[in-house]
Design a protein around this ligand. Structure first.
Ligand code: HPA
Length: 273
C-alpha cells in the first residue's frame, strides 16, 4: 500500500465508524449551497477537523463537514464545504474527500458549484447541467504515482458526466417545471475572478461557464469508477459580460436564491437513481 492509500484508509475508517450508514450517493455542495443538507433526514455529522489526515475547508460560505442521512430513502453523504486548490492545498488534498467518499461506499457523485456564465443567454440564477468540462488550466489531480488499487493510470474521460444521470436530471427538471440549461464547465484555479480577455478566450475554447472547482473532483471520481453528475448555479455573467465588477457576496446571494430549485432538482434526481 502506498503512503497515499494509507492516509485515505485512515480517514475512511474514521468516517465509517462515525457515519451510521453506508452512503450510496455523495453530494458536494458549492459556495452558498450548503443549506441543501436541510433536505436530508440527518443521521450523523462528521466535521472535517476531526478526520485524520483530512484537509479543512477555509473558504467563506463553506462549513466543512460531512452530513450523513437519507434523501427520499436513499442513504447519502453530503459534503458541506469542499476544498479548493486556491486555498493552498495541493491537488491530491483537493480530491481526497472525493476519494474517501468512494472508499466509504459512494457509487454516484453529484457535484454542484457556483459559476460565472460565459454563454450570453445565461442569466444570474440559471442552473446548468454539466455536459463536459475543460480542466486543462489546472494541474491534473492524478499526477504522481498511480495508486493502482484505486484506478487505472490513464483513465478514459470521454463521458465524465454520465449520460444516464444527465437524462434523469433533465427529466426531473421537466417534471418539476425547473429550467435546466446545459453546457461545458471550465475550471480555473482562482481565487481572482477572470479578466474579460480570459473570458473571451474561454468562450472561443467552447466553455459555457467558469468556476474554481468540480472538474478535478470529477476526474478523481471517474478514476475510481464512480458515476458523476454536475450541476452549476450560474450566479453572474462572467467578467466582461457583466456590467458590474464581480463580488463574492453577490455570488453567495444568487447561489442562495437558486439553492431551493437546485435542492428540489437533486432530491427528485436521487429518487430516480
Ligand atoms: N468566475 C469564477 N468563479 C465563479 C464565478 C465567476 O464569474 N462566479 C461564481 N464562481
Amino acid at each position: 500500500m502506498t503512503e497515499m492509500t494509507e492516509k485515505l484508509n485512515r480517514a475512511a475508517e474514521y468516517i465509517k465508524a462515525h457515519a451510521g450508514l453506508v452512503p450510496e450517493v455523495g453530494i458536494v455542495l458549492g459556495s452558498g449551497l450548503g443549506d441543501l443538507a436541510d433536505r436530508a433526514e440527518v443521521s450523523s455529522i462528521v466535521d472535517y477537523a476531526d478526520i485524520p489526515e483530512f484537509p479543512r475547508s477555509t473558504a467563506e460560505g463553506h462549513k466543512g463537514r460531512f452530513v450523513f442521512g437519507r434523501i427520499g430513502g436513499t442513504p447519502v453523504v453530503i459534503m458541506q464545504g469542499r476544498v479548493h486548490y486556491y486555498e493552498g492545498y495541493d491537488m491530491q488534498q483537493v480530491i481526497m474527500p472525493t476519494r474517501v467518499m468512494a472508499l466509504i461506499g459512494v457509487k454516484t457523485l453529484l457535484l454542484t458549484n457556483a459559476s460565472g456564465g460565459i454563454d450570453r443567454s445565461f442569466g444570474a440564477g440559471d442552473l446548468m447541467l454539466l455536459t463536459d468540462h475543460i480542466a486543462a488550466f489546472v494541474p491534473n489531480p492524478l499526477i504522481g504515482k498511480n495508486p493502482d488499487e484505486l484506478g487505472t493510470r490513464f483513465p478514459d474521460m470521454s463521458e465524465v458526466y454520465d449520460l444516464g444521470l444527465r437524462e434523469k436530471s433533465l427529466a426531473a427538471a421537466d417534471k418539476l417545471g425547473i429550467e435546466l440549461r446545459q453546457g461545458v464547465y471550465c475550471q480555473l484555479t482562482g481565487p481572482s475572478y477572470e479578466t474579460p480577455a480570459e473570458v473571451r478566450m474561454l468562450d472561443m475554447l467552447g466553455a459555457d461557464a467558469v468556476g474554481m472547482s468540480t472538474a478535478v473532483e470529477a476526474i478523481a471520481a471517474r478514476h475510481m469508477g464512480l458515476k458523476v453528475c454536475g450541476v452549476s448555479v450560474v450566479t453572474n455573467p462572467a467578467s466582461g459580460i457583466s456590467e458590474t465588477p464581480l463580488d463574492h457576496e453577490e455570488v453567495k446571494v444568487q447561489a442562495a436564491a437558486a439553492a431551493v430549485r437546485l435542492g428540489q432538482l437533486l432530491e427528485e434526481l436521487i429518487k430516480n437513481i
